[in-house]
Design a protein around this ligand. Structure first.
Ligand code: PLP
Length: 386
């Protein structure tokens, strides 16, 4: 049976070149990067090389990178430690958007329970935070604005440069969760004008469990984990050397391949989107029609359940995902789809197909052969479809 993986926004396979680069750091150079002996020093040098590779991908200086255990930790560290520090000053207010990943949204909600003030901005029907709305929400006590670079469900890419500039004018610092964009579109911290940026290795063909937080030189950041003096006292815990080496290699490859991968993924997404919308009645693209992640197709179908579509696709070897929180056992529709104004019933019928560098036109054609039939069959079974 075919196996067609179209869930790259959830995670990507580790590139063979990345895997090969990591192996020696499990088998030969396994020393602790904090050790003074020669093996430890070799490991420490590999970590610094990885830091340079990651920094180079996002246009940062190596000393502005803190390695974390992933995107979630980077989001938590930026938001929590910065706000705790601000508590001693005037800053008590945080602004975020309604379509953030839970790593940001739940972190902000946690701080709100600790007494910080929180504003969650609405987005428009294509998932954009409108600059005027941000402008109106900023207050003298706003310390931090956190808005994601691109959304993981609907693929919309925000105008971060404008949003960061507006926040700075009001005296707030700006954090962006760039977990979905780093390595997939050009990401440059200076061009974007951000103070903090979170990234994660497993979204760009690197290993899981490693990510980073970019902190602009001169901006306050605190340690979220308490323990040893690793990462210049900013992230306690033995450094994941093979992880850093893999993340670094993945970043280097992403930079080299960006100009080749982007048009390929845009072409696949265009072909798939057109095919779906042309052949399946009552289907609609969600998110921005143009400013979206290359390779990301998110659609909703009336009168069907996203989970049923996933199971049927899986039976044909196609791996995709849906906006509903099916994994948590709850059938609540996605907060992102509700935030762009979809009614509950429609939001339940969502499907996200996120392609990667190794997907081909044949893969897309295979999906286009199976999906219309799946939707048709599910609609015949559904009381609403009839
Ligand atoms: N932020 C966004 C936008 C994501 O898509 C994800 C992962 O799905 C995360 C944060 C969490 O990253 P990690 O899995 O590295 O903790």
């Amino acid at each position: 049976m075919k196996a067609i993986y179209m869930d790259h926004s959830a995670t990507t396979p580790v590139d063979p070149e990345v895997f090969n680069a990591m192996i020696p750091y499990y088998t030969d150079i396994y020393g602790n990067a904090s050790s003074v002996h020669s093996q430890g020093q070799k490991a420490a040098r590999a970590v610094e090389h990885g830091r340079e590779q990651v920094a180079s991908l996002i246009g940062a200086s190596p000393e502005e990178i803190i390695f974390t255990a992933g995107g979630t930790e980077a989001d938590n560290q930026a938001i929590i430690t910065f706000m705790q520090h601000e508590r001693q000053k005037q800053g008590k207010h945080i602004i975020t958007s309604a379509i953030e990943h839970h790593a940001v949204l739940h972190t902000c909600e946690y701080l709100s329970k600790q007494g910080f003030k929180l504003t969650v901005l609405p987005v428009n029907s294509v998932g954009l935070v409108e600059p005027d709305i941000l402008q109106a929400a900023l207050r003298p006590d706003t310390a931090l604005v956190s808005i994601m670079h691109a959304n993981n469900e609907i693929g919309t890419i925000q105008d971060i440069k404008t949003l960061a500039a507006i926040s700075h004018e009001a005296g707030a610092v700006f954090h962006t969760d760039a977990v979905q964009t780093t390595g997939k579109i050009p990401v440059n911290v200076r061009d974007l004008g951000v103070d903090f940026l979170s990234a994660s290795s497993h979204k760009l063909y690197g290993p899981k469990g490693i990510g980073c937080l970019y902190v602009k030189k001169g901006v306050y950041i605190g340690s979220y984990m308490h323990g040893g003096a690793h990462e210049r006292n900013l992230r306690a815990g033995t450094v994941n050397v093979p992880g850093v080496v893999g993340f670094g290699k993945a970043a280097e490859l992403a930079k080299e391949r960006l100009s080749q991968n982007m048009p390929h993924l845009k072409d696949l997404a265009q072909h798939l989107t057109r095919g779906i919308l042309d052949t399946i009645p009552n289907s609609r693209l969600t998110g921005h029609p143009v400013n979206r992640l290359p390779g990301s197709v998110s659609v909703v179908f009336d009168y069907v359940e996203g989970e049923s579509i996933l199971l049927m696709l899986d039976s044909y070897g196609i791996m995709a995902s849906s906006g509903s929180a099916c994994t948590s056992g709850s059938l609540d529709p996605s907060h992102v789809l509700l935030a762009i104004g979809l009614p509950h019933e429609t939001a339940h019928g969502s499907l996200r197909l996120t392609m990667g560098k190794d997907n081909s036109r044949e893969d897309v054609d295979y999906v286009l052969e199976k999906l219309p039939l799946i939707i048709k069959n599910l609609r015949t079974m559904s009381p609403l479809g009839k």
